[in-house]
Design a protein around this ligand. Structure first.
Ligand code: HEC
Ligand code: HEC
Length: 483
C-alpha cells in the first residue's frame, strides 16, 4: 500500500521533527494531504488515572464483560454471554469498539492488520447462521449499523411515515443454538426470521448508516454540567454570527437536560446508551430495555424467543465474595466506559513540532474551534476524584449543527433534525481510520471538505479554510493527526 508507506514515512519525519526542529514543510506546489493514522504508542484504552483499588476492581471486571462474546443461550464454547438476537449487528461490544484500542471505533485491517477484517463478515455466518452480507458491509470497510428513513409498506413501497430506527443486519435463524432448541415454553423450536431487504431499501434510498463512536473519555463527557455547554453556546457570539454558526443542544424530552452521546447527541447517559446498545446491537434484553426486539413495528416471532426476559439482570444469587460480579452487564458496561480515560495526544503545547503548533493556531484562527471547542471542565463526580474537576479535551461543543445536504442523513432524533449532527469530538482522531457518521471516508481532507454544503453552518469557516495556503492546510492536518 503506497498510502501506508507514505504514512509511515511521514510519521518517521514527524517523529524526527519532534526532536530536530524545524519541522518538515511542503513545497509550495504540493497539495496538503492526510498523513494517515499516527503510529507509535496507542494513546487510548487505559482507565483514568487515580482510581481507588475498589474502582480499579470494578473497571477490570467491566472490561472483561465488554470483551465477552454472546450467543443465544450463553453456553457455546467461547461464547458465554447470553441473549444474542433475534436480530443483531454484532456479538461483542469490543468487536465494534476496537480501534486503536478496546473501547474505540471500528477496526480496520488495512491500517491495523492485527485487528483483522470487519468483524461483521464473520459474525454473519457464525455457528450455522446463513445471513447475507449487505452491500454496504465489506472486509476492509467500517463496521456499520443501518437505519431506515421511512417505514416500508408490505409491498416494499415507502409509506411516508418516518422510521429512523436501527434495523439489525443479521438474525439468529440457522444458528445451532436457535435450531431445535428449547424455547421459552420449554418445547423445541427453530427460529424463523428473515433479514430485511437491504438491497431494495438501498435502491429506494431509504438507508442511512452509522459507524461506532469511540468511548474514550465517556465518563468525563457525562460529567460536564449543562450550564458549561450553554455558556459555550452563547460565547464568541459575534464571531459565530459573522460566520453563520448557530448550534443548539439536544435534550431529553422528559427531564429537559442536555443529551450528549451518539452522532446526534441523542442519548443522555453511558448507562442508557449501554442498555440501548445491548438491546439494539446485540439483541440482549436488559433492565432498561426488558423486552425482546423484532423489526419495529413488528414484534419478534415467538419461534425466535429462547430465554426468559430480561436476558441480563442483577446477579442476585452471587455467593462469592467478589462484589463486582453482582451488577448486571449493562451497569458494568457503564462503569467500564465511565472510567475509560480520554485519549492522550502525541504532544502538548510548545513541546509539539512547529507545524503542529501552527496547525493548532490555524484551527482556532479559521474558526474550527468555534464548534470543535477544545476543552470543557467536569464538575464534582460521585464516581470519585479521577473524574472530578478535570479538563475534558474533547474538541466538541456537544451541540448539534446544520451541516447541509452532503452530510444529511434524513433522520430525526429528539431535537436533532435531518441534517443536524453533534460536532464530532476530535480527541483521538490522530489514530482513527474511518470518518464522519457513516464512515464514508478514511481521508481527513475529505472529512473536512464534506463540511461545505448548501446551508451548512460550517460554510463560513470552510471559506476561510479554503483560502489557506497548502502549507497551512498541511499544518492543520498534522495538528489533527497529533490528537
Ligand atoms: C455492531 C456494532 C456495535 C456493537 C456490537 C456495539 N456498538 Fe456501541 N456504537 C455503535 C455505533 C454504530 C454507534 C453510534 C450510534 C449512533 O450514534 O447512533 C455506537 C455508539 C456507542 C456509544 C455512544 C458513545 C458516544 O460518545 O457517542 C456508546 C456509549 C456505546 N456505543 C456503547 C456500547 C456498548 C456498551 C456495547 C455493548 C453492549 C456496544 N456499544 C456495542 C456500534 C456498536
Ligand atoms: C458548524 C460547526 C463545525 C465547524 C465550524 C467545523 N466542524 Fe468539523 N464537524 C462538525 C460536525 C457536526 C461533524 C460531524 C459530521 C458528520 O459526521 O456527519 C464534524 C466532523 C469533523 C471531522 C470528522 C470527525 C469524525 O469523528 O469522523 C473532522 C476531522 C472535522 N470535523 C474537522 C474540522 C475542521 C478541521 C474544521 C475547520 C476547518 C471543522 N471541522 C469545522 C461541525 C463543525
Amino acid at each position: 500500500m503506497k498510502d501506508t508507506r507514505f504514512a509511515l514515512a511521514f510519521l518517521f519525519f514527524s517523529l524526527l521533527s519532534c526532536v530536530l526542529a524545524p519541522a518538515v514543510h511542503l513545497d509550495a506546489q504540493v497539495i496538503a494531504r492526510d498523513p494517515g493514522p499516527r503510529g507509535g504508542k496507542v494513546g487510548a484504552g487505559q482507565p483514568v488515572r487515580g482510581l481507588t483499588p475498589g474502582q480499579q476492581r470494578f473497571f477490570n471486571n467491566a472490561l472483561s464483560r465488554f470483551l465477552e462474546v454472546d450467543s443465544v443461550g450463553g453456553n457455546l464454547p467461547g461464547e458465554t454471554g447470553k441473549g444474542l438476537g433475534p436480530g443483531f449487528n454484532g456479538n461483542q461490544c469490543a468487536s465494534c469498539h476496537a480501534q486503536p484500542a478496546t473501547g474505540g471505533s471500528s477496526p480496520s485491517r488495512t491500517a491495523f492488520p492485527f485487528l483483522g477484517p470487519n468483524p461483521q463478515i464473520a459474525v454473519a455466518n457464525l455457528d450455522g447462521a446463513s445471513n447475507n452480507i449487505p452491500f454496504f458491509i465489506s472486509e476492509d470497510g467500517p463496521v456499520r449499523e443501518a437505519r431506515f428513513k421511512y417505514f416500508p409498506n408490505p409491498g416494499g413501497v415507502l409509506s411516508g411515515q418516518r422510521d429512523g430506527g436501527v434495523h439489525d443486519l443479521f438474525t439468529i435463524q440457522g444458528r445451532v443454538d436457535a435450531t431445535n432448541t428449547p424455547g421459552i415454553s420449554g418445547h423445541l423450536q427453530t427460529c424463523q426470521l428473515l433479514q430485511p431487504d437491504f438491497e431494495k431499501m438501498g435502491q429506494l434510498g431509504n438507508l442511512s448508516y452509522r459507524i461506532p463512536t469511540p468511548l474514550f473519555g465517556g465518563g468525563l463527557i457525562e460529567n460536564i454540567p449543562d450550564a458549561t455547554i450553554e455558556r459555550n453556546m452563547v460565547s464568541a457570539s459575534a464571531a459565530k454570527l459573522a460566520l453563520g454558526i448557530a448550534g443548539h443542544p439536544n435534550r431529553n424530552p422528559n427531564d429537559g437536560t442536555i443529551t450528549r452521546f451518539g452522532w446526534k447527541a441523542q442519548n443522555k447517559s453511558l448507562q442508557l446508551f449501554a442498555a440501548e446498545a445491548y438491546s439494539v446491537e446485540m439483541g440482549v434484553s436488559n433492565e432498561v430495555f426488558p423486552s425482546e426486539r423484532g423489526y419495529p413495528p413488528m414484534p419478534p416471532p415467538t419461534s425466535c424467543l429462547f430465554n426468559a426476559t430480561p436476558e441480563d439482570g442483577t446477579n442476585m444469587e452471587q455467593t462469592g465474595t467478589d462484589p463486582t460480579a453482582v451488577p448486571s452487564d449493562i451497569v458494568q458496561f457503564g462503569n467500564y466506559m465511565r472510567y475509560l480515560d480520554q485519549p492522550t495526544p502525541a504532544c502538548e503545547g510548545d513541546r509539539c513540532p512547529p507545524s503542529v503548533q501552527s496547525g493548532h493556531r490555524l484551527f482556532i484562527g479559521v474558526g474550527c474551534a468555534l464548534c470543535h471547542i477544545q476543552s470543557m471542565r467536569t464538575t464534582a463526580s460521585y464516581y470519585g476524584e479521577a473524574l472530578s474537576n478535570k479538563d475534558a479535551n474533547l474538541y466538541s461543543d456537544l451541540l448539534v449543527h446544520h451541516m447541509g445536504p452532503k452530510l444529511a442523513d434524513d433522520i430525526i432524533q429528539g431535537s436533532a433534525g435531518p441534517d443536524e449532527f453533534r460536532s464530532a469530538p476530535l480527541w483521538g482522531i490522530g489514530q482513527r481510520v474511518f470518518f464522519l457518521h457513516d464512515g464514508r471516508t478514511q481521508d481527513l481532507v475529505e472529512a473536512i471538505a464534506q463540511h461545505a454544503s448548501p446551508g451548512s453552518e460550517a460554510n463560513g469557516v470552510m471559506t476561510r479554510f479554503n483560502h489557506l495556503t497548502e502549507n497551512e492546510k498541511q499544518d492543520i492536518l498534522n495538528f489533527l493527526r497529533s490528537l
